[in-house]
Design a protein around this ligand. Structure first.
Ligand code: ASP
Length: 322
């Protein structure tokens, strides 16, 4: 029997076209809308288009809107799987947000495209078809939110955009995809382990993200305190170290209970408190900085926003990152 698949179009290159000047932009009509109904051989498709935005325009408001739309639809209809089309620039953030907050067992797939609808080699329709096939596959249940592009299935937690323009841009550094899609089937070779779910209806907090560099000092850390941010994620150096001149700034934040999450600016590996010198990981941890378990900066920021919206218990927030 054909599955009922909810397809939510939110914008991005997958919904754009290239004009005569070579500019890629949204048009009056979403090119996917005309195609999607033609996919009824794959599943019974229900289409929703809450907005049509390039993904650099996506904020927490739109992420919450997508979550609410999904929960409303699930409550009204029997839906077997969900596909969300999205711009690729912030796709991993929306995917991870939904992964942490939806708590559904059915397959949920986020997809996009690197080439717009009328460009040679456009990958949009292909990725949409592949994603609908994954969303209709029983083996894709209970796996959290998945990201499907270029015949690969990734977890929302590990996937990241690694290339500005290549169609194989989405990769899960260190872990690889958990499945592949071929003409004949959908094959999973790994099972995601940890399932997390946080109940939130709104995001009221502000979390900043800073990238460390040689010679960094405390100025921006003081600014973050002055600007009343509620939390900070730092993409630290290597295993999780910072220049000594940042230490006073970090301390100023921790002293007023602003959580400081340490991730690494290396895109492989896990930030750990290994080094005991001034500004080294052990030093930062003793000061009260929280080390994140392998998340990249943008996802640690989403997680901290969710954590701060869920509770003000710092111990709970620290545990979220372990
Ligand atoms: N800038 C586009 C966006 O994120 C890129 C894409 O969709 O591939 O909306």
């Amino acid at each position: 029997m054909k599955k009922d698949i909810l397809v939510i179009h939110t914008g991005g290159t997958i919904s754009m076209f290239e004009d005569k000047t070579g500019a890629v932009k949204p048009g009056n009509e979403n090119p996917l809308s005309s195609h999607t109904m033609g996919l009824s051989n794959l599943a019974n498709i229900i289409i929703k288009e809450p907005f049509n935005l390039p993904s650099p325009h996506i904020t927490m408001t739109e992420m919450l809107q997508i979550k609410k739309l999904i929960l409303d639809e699930i409550n009204q209809k029997d839906i077997d799987g969900i596909v969300i089309t999205h711009g690729t620039d912030t796709l991993e953030e929306t995917a991870y947000f939904l992964d942490l907050t939806l708590g559904l067992n059915i397959p949920i797939v986020v997809t996009g495209a690197m080439r717009s609808s009328n460009e040679v080699g456009s990958d949009g329709l292909y990725n949409l078809i592949t994603s609908i096939r994954v969303a209709a596959c029983d083996d894709a249940r209970e796996k959290g939110v998945l990201v499907v592009l270029n015949d690969e299935i990734h977890t929302a937690k590990n996937v990241t955009k690694t290339h500005t323009s290549n169609v194989s841009t989405f990769q899960s550094p260190q872990y690889g995809p958990i499945g592949i899609v071929t003409k004949q089937g959908i094959f999973f070779h790994n099972q995601p382990t940890l399932k997390e779910n946080y109940k939130i209806d709104q995001i009221t907090k502000q979390v900043a993200l800073l990238k460390a560099h040689a010679g960094m000092d405390s100025l921006l850390f003081y600014a973050i305190k002055e600007l009343n941010f509620d939390g900070l994620v730092v993409e630290a150096l290597g295993q999780g170290n910072l220049p000594p001149a940042t230490v006073e700034g970090i301390k100023a934040l921790i002293d007023v209970n602003i959580p400081v999450i340490i991730v690494s600016r290396c895109f492989n590996g896990i930030a750990q408190d290994v080094y005991g010198y001034d500004g080294g990981g052990k030093y930062l941890r003793e000061m009260g900085a929280i080390f994140s378990n392998g998340l990249n900066g943008q996802k640690a920021r989403i997680k901290l926003l969710i954590g701060l919206s869920h509770t003000n218990n710092m111990k709970f927030i620290e545990d979220m990152f372990h």
